[in-house]
Write a protein that binds this ligand. Structure first.
Ligand code: A5P
Length: 218
């Protein structure tokens, strides 16, 4: 079973790597599905400039010969490719299982096309908890009380010094919940990604890859 899932991740990642063209600027996501993207991209021997959403992805990509730049000076990306924890038919995502959702969202919003890669366990009809959060350490107890039920995750702080936590309450309407998190002082970023961010989702299913086109093709 584990092998089947790994194969689905690999198939989705390899299909996404084929969407990348020579000369592009590319955002690289984080996670076990993206781990299959990096070698698939490196094998294509294209001239690319990449930015990475985590230190781990950056190191892995460089080790494979990909050019990874600091995101500080990059205004626009042609494409970004990343995994997700949950995907709905409408294109809502929950991300941040690896705690990298703040950088992932910044990279996704910068990209002309944001492509999501997933195995067949990721599609859901309705999003469910937990929703990952990154919180400021300053005032943490106050923020946690206002966002209850939210628990700090037992992981290191993010590379930007944020505390990784999980909201475990009911989701209801994801747009309303996203707006609530977005307006809450102390929240650096939340793991709800709206369909407006997503170009398409590639889902590995058995030996096939299902394409869900979220944004209408230009
Ligand atoms: C990292 O913080 C996450 O958003 C990942 O992109 C997400 O958890 C998907 O990871 P896997 O590909 O390992 O399932």
């Amino acid at each position: 079973m584990a092998t089947d899932l790994e194969n689905e991740k690999r198939l989705a990642a390899e299909a996404a790597a084929e969407l990348v063209r020579d000369g592009m600027t590319v955002g690289l996501g984080t996670g076990s599905t993206v781990a299959y993207l990096l070698p698939a991209l490196a094998r294509r021997n294209l001239s690319l400039r990449c930015v990475a959403t985590s230190l781990r992805t950056g190191e892995a990509a460089r080790a494979l010969g990909l050019v990874v730049e600091a995101f500080t000076g990059v205004e626009r990306l042609d494409i970004a490719i990343d995994g997700a924890d949950q995907v709905t038919p409408e294109g809502w995502l929950v991300k941040g299982g690896g705690g990298a959702h703040t950088r992932e969202k910044l990279v996704a919003v910068t990209a002309g096309r944001f492509i999501v890669i997933a195995d067949s366990t990721k599609p859901v009809e309705l999003l469910h908890p937990p929703v990952p959060l990154e919180l400021l350490a300053f005032g943490l107890s106050s923020t946690l009380r206002r966002l209850a039920p939210t628990k700090v995750r037992d992981v290191p702080v993010s590379p930007d010094g944020g505390v990784i936590a999980d909201f475990t309450g009911p989701l209801g309407d994801p747009a309303q919940l996203a707006a609530w998190f977005g307006a809450a002082p102390g929240v650096v970023e939340h793991g709800l990604f709206p369909p407006e961010l997503v170009d398409s989702i590639l889902i590995g299913r058995g030996s096939e890859v299902e394409l869900r086109q979220i944004r209408p093709r230009a």
